[in-house]
Design a protein around this ligand. Sequence first.
Ligand code: HEM
Length: 154
Amino acid sequence: MNALAIALHGLAATVWVGGMFFAYVVLRPSMSLLEPHRRLTIWAGVFKRFFPWVWMAVLILPLTGYWLVFSAFGGFATSPVYVHLMHALGLLMIVLFIYLYYRPYASLKTAVASEDWPAAGVALNRVRHVVLINLVFGLVLVASVYAGRYGLFS
Ligand code: HEM
């Protein structure tokens, strides 16, 4: 069961952090030459396809993470520092994603549907900021888990 939990946990983290990396570092500059209405419509479509995967990750990561903490590490008191750091950063990332989904992303969808391009531009910029914060948190989290296992914090 622990083997299944860590496999799902690792896959969920890869899909979420890797997806944000691709969107921010590769897709964003590639779309900058498009006219605003095309760019904003494509971004709305990209998020519509990516966010269901993020919702899956947002459910799977804490479920499998808490499972591992209690069944593989014997609880938080006996867990290493990098697991505490992952727990804190992971919860923060989840809260930020939920905010992003229900606030700036909801505004982006409404603005794109009503072809209000200036409002859609403002909303996309907010989405971009939150994704950047979550991408940085995600990269720090993943790096600290792997480095933590090799003694970075001990
Ligand atoms: C609720 C929060 C979370 C808890 C309680 C948690 C807990 C854990 C535990 C106990 C491990 C096993 C550590 C080990 O075997 O040394 C682990 C591994 C890992 N976690 Fe988390 N985690 C959480 C959230 C996240 C999030 C949000 C991400 C990334 C987006 C993430 C990425 C990883 C990665 C990459 C590993 C290593 C997987 C591997 O073995 O290759 N975790 N986590």
